[in-house]
Design a protein around this ligand. Structure first.
Ligand code: CAA
Length: 381
């Protein structure tokens, strides 16, 4: 497959790059150190259309394609991985609303989400349902036009800043994944509260929280799709989300490579810049090659999605490869920096911590391998 960006895609890439390098990169270290949620920057990104990139303009979005979304995610992640996950999750929440929402739900929730008037969260994971996402314990009981939700969600990105949450609960226990339904929950609904804010290793400018439902009353018109469709709705959304995380991984990795090459050309040892040593050169060559491979896998998955072709396998491949790649690349970038890489004075220390979660969230590497193997093995000869 050859890959040529269109004029419009290149323009989006350059515009977002300029914005991210000027407005985000210089302060990302401070946000990380002080765990500051980048509220103002998110508002600027909303004005640029980055929070609902693939939502048609009639619903408040930028009406762009997935390739453009991937390019933008790469640029934002290059500057600040925390900011990119906030952007990624908002885009992730828009997708099921667009595909499965009623017209009233779209007007009420999708339009302001895509415009970035408020931000959204994707709440699937529970304390006992991570990789085994169908093992949901949160329940929903229909009573007098309200679903009564009880349970706890965990590891929820943007939990304490979001206004709208797409979540799941069991409406029919006996039916396993066919008994899971999706709901739109608003901050402030009775019985809904934010629990613990997690103290994370990386992505420290993005908040990750618990959500607690205690007899939470959700109007029945906030059911997303039909009863029992929730698992499929969330799985389908995650296919697209995985392209986002692959893009984020490519962006962080490119930042690692650029930092490492800058450092290697300046730092001298044994009478010459360390970039002259074969050991360093080969590390840089491997990093650059792996990043390129991950970028192509990611753009390929995005292109398939844009063409309306099946892309589940390709999205998992891109996510698997790019997330494992960024961890190898961050390791090498830190190694090239030597002792300085271990200090918070150099951004590579932040990249190393931020990269770690990419093999875990939106499906671990082990889950991606299961998805890929299932699809490879089910292909007819
Ligand atoms: N699209 C649509 N439907 C899908 C699907 C997809 N990609 N994958 C599975 N399904 C459907 C299947 O067709 C099947 O439906 P039918 O029974 O009607 O045929 C149903 O879902 C169940 O499929 P499986 O039997 O394959 O399901 P499973 O229970 O064995 O598990 C899994 C599948 C792939 C392991 C899934 O549980 C999974 O992806 N787990 C990881 C969860 C995950 O990624 N969590 C991330 C949390 S969100 C997050 O991290 C966001 C953030 O904040 C950054």
């Amino acid at each position: 497959m050859t890959f040529q960006l269109t004029e419009e895609q290149r323009m989006i890439q350059m515009t977002v790059r300029e914005f991210a390098r000027k407005e985000i990169e210089p302060i990302a270290g401070k946000w990380d150190r002080e765990s500051l949620f980048p509220e103002e920057t998110i508002s600027k990104m909303a004005e640029m259309g980055l929070l609902g990139m693939m939502v048609p303009s009639e619903y408040g979005g930028a009406g762009l394609d997935t390739v453009s979304y991937s390019l933008a995610m790469q640029e934002i992640a290059y500057a600040c991985a925390s900011t990119s996950v906030i952007m990624g999750v908002n885009n992730l929440v828009c997708e099921p609303l667009l595909k499965f929402g009623t017209e009233a739900q779209k007007q009420k929730y999708l339009v302001p989400l895509a415009q970035g008037k408020f931000i959204g969260s994707f709440a699937l994971t529970e304390p006992g349902a991570g990789s085994d996402a169908a093992n949901q314990k949160t329940s929903a009981l229909l009573k007098d036009n309200f679903y009564i939700l009880n349970g706890t969600k965990m590891f929820i990105t943007s939990g304490s800043h979001a206004k709208v949450f797409i979540t799941t609960a069991v409406t029919d226990k006996a039916a396993r994944h066919h008994g899971i339904s999706a709901f739109i929950v608003e901050k402030g609904m009775p019985g809904f509260s934010i629990g613990k804010i997690e103290d994370k290793m990386g992505l420290r400018a993005s908040d990750t929280t618990e959500l607690i439902f205690e007899n939470c009353r959700v109007p029945s018109e906030n059911l997303l799709g039909k009863e029992g469709e929730g698992f499929k709705i969330m799985m389908a959304a995650l296919d697209g989300g995985r392209i986002g995380i692959a893009s984020q991984s490519v962006g962080i990795a490119q930042a690692c490579l650029d930092a490492a090459t800058r450092y290697a050309k300046k730092r001298e040892a044994f009478g010459q810049p360390i970039a002259e040593f074969q050991g360093i050169r080969w590390m840089i060559a491997d990093m650059a090659t792996e990043i390129e491979a991950a970028r192509l896998l990611t753009l390929q998955a995005a292109l398939l999605k844009d063409r309306g072709l099946p892309f589940t396998k390709e999205a998992s491949m891109a996510k698997l490869f790019a997330s494992e790649m960024v961890n190898r690349v961050a390791y090498k970038a830190l190694q090239i920096h030597g002792g300085y890489g271990y200090l918070k004075d150099f951004p590579v220390e932040r990249y190393y911590r931020d990269a770690r979660v990419t093999t875990i969230y939106e499906g671990t590497s082990e889950i991606q391998r299961n998805v890929i193997a299932k699809l490879v093995l089910s292909t007819e000869d």
